[in-house]
Design a protein around this ligand. Sequence first.
Ligand SMILES: Nc1ncnc2c1ncn2[C@@H]1O[C@H](COP(=O)(O)OP(=O)(O)OP(=O)(O)O)[C@@H](O)[C@H]1O
Length: 467
Amino acid sequence: MSDTQIATTRRLQSSKVPSSRIGRLFHYGGLAASLGYGAASELLRRTTSGPEDSQYTSSLVMTEANVSRLVSKLSQMRGAALKLGQFMSIQDSHLLPPQVEEMFRRVQDSAHYMPDWQMEKVLTSSLGPSWSDYFVSFDRVPFAAASIGQVHRAVLAATSSPTGKDEPVAVKIQFPNIKNSIESDLGYVKLLLTAGRLLPKGLFLDRTIRAMKEELADECNYTREASFLRKFGSPEYLGHDSRFKVPWVWEGSTDDVLVMERVHGVSVGGSMVDKLSQQDRNDIASRIIDLCLMELFSFRAMQTDPNWTNFLWNSRTRQVELVDFGATREYSKEFIDNWLRLIQAAALEDREACIEWSLKLGYLTGEENEIMLNAHIQSMQLLATPFKVSTPQPFAFGRGTHWAKITAEIRAQIPVMLQHRLTPPPQETYSLNRKLSGAFLLASRLGASVDCGCLWEDLVSKYSFGS
Ligand SMILES: Nc1ncnc2c1ncn2[C@@H]1O[C@H](COP(=O)(O)OP(=O)(O)OP(=O)(O)O)[C@@H](O)[C@H]1O
């Protein structure tokens, strides 16, 4: 097959990543012009003004042509633009109007990759002109493209590999200059999205964008990612836990090129789900929720991107293989102590304690009205439902279950909180909520039943508060 054929079958497109500031400015500027800026503003205002707005369901939504233009431009810009799509589509799903969600979903699906000469340039400057000597073979067409990089199949030569044998590896190569463009890209994307005055105030978009900026800067540092891969693979973390597999990292990896053991499982959220037995689905979901709890309360370091493609099921080894540690965050002991107290209070339906720990965490200022207090407490209690003593176990996720009703109820609280919120949620909760809701969503996708009460009890009984 030719490169083009391969790219087509994989839904990847080759296109030069605009790497200069001027180049990027030109791309965004051109996009705004092609959409007709005034029309775009009005369009976006109407489609992002939220469910309370009567125009929310209005027929004046983004036209198919405009959606396609945005999708293709944002996909080509990659970096911040694509990340924003991911961030919003996971974190704020059901908050954004369906057309905007659909746009982000399409941006996420339509990845591009660097042309060969640009990839060669990154590899040469990062690993040196003889970079290919490290490999027995190297597939020059990537098999996966992502927000800030692309991933190639290769075989690491025995002389370089940590096992002393030729080893199949995945080589993640970062797009050039991505890290230098974060700030300006996010600015342009925000401008395009909000066109000045558009999103509901409680979204605290500036705050969300600041959180994203920090996360993106971390994700552009593959050396940081490599250190978390090593940490999670160590015996103190998951090294001895046979339920999981964490790839090893080649020591020659750099800030821009990450070479790691290639794993062979398939995404747990994809179409393979239909082929799994109910027992396996329950087991996989249980492992993923347990992993979430271990990351939070035991490691205090969490891989916060709950994208399904980051959990791979290997039916031969019967392990959940974990990839993408770029979005790993660490949390202070104080934050985790307080957050655990809050969830415990919510699980016990103790309103006063819920307020107390929410104040400590900075969720509330103490000046909130009753409407906000009730919405906040109710949503925390709903979120804690799987862990409540009174909840029958195993807890069923998925369509038509109690959990489906709960998520609808949590969703109903969002516009209320957006309207009455006095302070943005604590910074840590952006990534934490994203991961937790992602894990529950995955359990729902798997239609799994999980004994969450047992997982929770086990955790609480082992946890020690304080330093
Ligand atoms: N070690 C590996 N073995 C096999 N496949 C891998 C490996 N690492 C990454 N991949 C594949 O490459 C894809 C993208 O990798 P990864 O998620 O690490 O990149 P990313 O830039 O952080 O992407 P995103 O921002 O979309 O999460 C993964 O979803 C997976 O399909």
